[in-house]
Ligand binder design. Structure first.
Ligand SMILES: NC(=O)c1ccc[n+]([C@@H]2O[C@H](COP(=O)([O-])OP(=O)(O)OC[C@H]3O[C@@H](n4cnc5c(N)ncnc54)[C@H](O)[C@@H]3O)[C@@H](O)[C@H]2O)c1
Length: 294
């Protein structure tokens, strides 16, 4: 029998794309599903689609960048389904392409508030609920392969997704004795509407910067890569497989391994150079510096 039957999952950004594919996959495993999203119409359509699949679903309009919206979502989810067993911090935006010199503050704030603070608020509000019933539960953060490497002209997106990976690593250790399994999902390109994410840019983050030719080129290439990405339903199915196996890093694109291999190799070489450094050897011998740690 599936370990998910009768349990409840809350999925931010669950009205569309990857969030909806996770909602469908988990709903078909027998979970009650709460989809929480900023976009009204797709939210109503997703609610209808999930209901048509026989899933018990609650749809809530909310903005992940507002903590009070998370509190309202938690209250409504508990009133409808009782105990909460899974939070998936999935809502995210990728707009705000720009260089170190040109990306404007409004775009930085938008990405930080949605992609990073949205995850922080979600976990802050829901972790006490995941812990309170003592049953196995899950905290899942959706990062990206972009969080595993630097992407030129995508500094803001890269930074927020790298932060989500780092937070997941920190929280997995914090929560390891609390029956809360923490995982981080890091896809590469998936065929969704992420390239149209400006549709969800709240008015308070409006940007008036004209993008340069370089930026337009990168944005166009990214749009093409998303359109050529894997089918979104593969992510939902792969996610169930990974959760059942208790995976922490959940990857959907094994062909991207060379990206993390190159980074690991560069870090290993840098440590080797530090190990071989005559300067560091010298001060270590003189006991000038306490290297501490390992
Ligand atoms: N599609 C890809 O290629 C890809 C690759 C790696 C990671 N991701 C990540 O996957 C996650 C889902 O993206 P997607 O590709 O399904 O995109 P999508 O645009 O299809 O779906 C994102 C959902 O989040 C919602 N959303 C956006 N801002 C919100 C806010 N402030 N509050 C609440 N909901 C909000 C949107 O309305 C939408 O339903 C994101 O975190 C994204 O960064 C996507």
């Amino acid at each position: 029998m599936s370990q998910f039957i009768g349990k409840t999952a809350v999925i931010s950004g669950g009205a569309d794309g990857i969030g909806k594919s996770l909602a469908k996959a988990l709903g078909q495993e027998g979970m009650n599903i709460v989809i929480a999203d900023i976009e009204k119409q797709p939210l109503a359509e997703a609610e209808q689609e999930l209901t048509g699949l026989g899933v018990s679903v609650l749809a809530i309009e909310m903005d992940v960048a507002r903590k009070s919206d998370w509190e309202r979502t938690a209250k409504a989810a508990r009133e409808r389904f009782g105990d909460i067993h899974m939070l998936i911090n999935n809502a995210g935006v990728s707009g705000g392409v720009g260089s170190v010199e040109t990306l404007d503050e409004a775009s930085w704030r938008w990405l930080i508030d949605v992609n990073l603070m949205g995850v922080v608020y979600g976990a802050n509000v829901f972790v006490p609920l995941l812990r309170e019933h003592g049953e196995p539960s899950w905290l899942i953060n959706v990062a990206s392969m972009a969080g595993m490497c630097g992407v030129p002209l995508g500094g803001a997106y890269t930074a927020t997704k790298a932060a989500v990976v780092a937070l997941s690593e920190a929280w997995a250790q914090e929560l390891k004795d609390q029956a809360v399994q923490v995982s981080v999902l890091a896809p590469a390109f998936v065929r969704t509407r992420i390239h149209q994410c400006n549709r969800n840019r709240q008015r308070r983050y409006a940007s008036h910067i004209e993008p340069s030719a370089d930026v337009v080129k990168v944005a166009d290439a990214t749009t093409q890569a998303v359109k050529n990405g894997i089918d979104v339903n593969i992510v939902g199915q792969r996610f169930i497989e990974a959760l059942e196996a208790g995976e922490f890093y959940i990857f959907t694109h094994p062909n991207y391994q060379p990206v993390t291999d190159r980074r690991s190799a560069a870090i290993a070489e840098a440590f080797q150079r530090a190990s071989d450094s005559p300067f560091l050897k010298d001060i270590k011998q003189q006991n000038v510096l306490n290297f501490g740690g390992q």
